[in-house]
Ligand binder design. Structure first.
Ligand SMILES: Nc1ncnc2c1ncn2[C@@H]1O[C@H](COP(=O)(O)OP(=O)(O)O)[C@@H](O)[C@H]1O
Ligand SMILES: O=c1ccn([C@@H]2O[C@H](COP(=O)(O)OP(=O)(O)O)[C@@H](O)[C@H]2O)c(=O)[nH]1
Length: 232
């Protein structure tokens, strides 16, 4: 079983696949999935995207630098939203972010983060990398290395990495394991090259799983053979 986990969730984990905003049904599902792993006493960090609010590249009339700042703020909104939902369900969490100064957002300080983990809090890392032109996949890689995670779990909408996009090609074949070298060479789109590269350089594996299949998150954390593992 993994003991220190960084979980990357798409903003769509809050809205449902392809949706915008927040869905009660999805939030209930998410809390149930998180509760299953939280009870295992693992140190859990979460990076949440903002696809349910803004993705920079979707804002066509904006300069990308501006659009991406909206996206980053969206990740803080989602983190705070999630903190409140967790609180209502008896799960302790704390939002940390380098990009905003709000009463419920703590600064990103390594020593404090360790203390939050020790005290049983889930740490929600908001604000992405704090730079435009990146995505929350890269932020997840960065925070995973910073929190010394033993796995980065990207919980997304496909069952793992395939030889081609499974949403477009019915005959796509799934890999159980793939190396970073292969993932980068084949330009696998399920995660950014920057994220692959950060994890490779820091000897951290990534596990890609389908978030929308009940029980998958628990299986992933328990080390079951699901999804696709990207190894260094
Ligand atoms: N080779 C591939 N294997 C798996 N998924 C792929 C591949 N190429 C493209 N994709 C697409 O990547 C998507 C997941 O990436 P992304 O949209 O960035 O997820 P998220 O919003 O969870 O960060 C999947 O929905 C899938 O359609
Ligand atoms: O380091 C970062 C992380 C995110 N973003 C912006 O925030 C948006 C939301 O993140 P992402 O697209 O990764 O969300 P997801 O698809 O995971 O919901 C991105 O599209 C970018 O516009 C950014 O500029 N820098």
């Amino acid at each position: 079983m993994y003991k220190r986990v960084l979980l990357k969730l798409s903003g769509e984990a809050l809205s449902g696949e392809g949706g915008k905003g927040f869905s009660e049904k999805m939030l209930t599902y998410l809390v149930n999935e998180i509760q299953k792993i939280h009870s295992l006493n693992i140190k859990l960090g979460i990076v949440i995207g903002a696809g349910n609010i803004f993705r920079g590249k979707e804002l066509k009339d904006f300069r990308i630098q501006m659009a991406d700042q909206l996206g980053m703020l969206g990740t803080v909104i989602n983190s705070l939203y999630l903190k409140n939902v967790f609180e209502k369900n008896g799960i302790k969490s704390i939002v940390v972010s380098p990009i905003v100064n709000l009463p419920s957002v703590m600064p990103l300080k390594y020593d404090f983060i360790e203390q939050y983990f020790e005290a049983g809090y889930i740490v929600l890392f908001g604000g992405g990398t704090s730079n435009p032109l990146f995505t929350t996949d890269t932020a997840a890689a960065l925070r995973a290395v910073e929190m010394n995670a033993d796995i980065l779990v990207k919980a997304t909408k496909v069952d793992g990495i395939y030889d081609k996009d499974p949403k477009l090609f019915e005959d796509a074949k799934k890999y159980d394991i793939i190396t970073y070298e292969q993932a980068i060479k084949e330009q696998i789109k399920v995660m950014d090259t920057e994220a692959f590269s950060i994890c490779e350089k820091n000897n951290l594996s990534i596990l890609i799983i389908n978030f929308f299949k009940e029980g998958n998150l628990l299986k992933a954390v328990e080390g079951e053979n699901i999804g696709t593992k990207v190894n260094y």
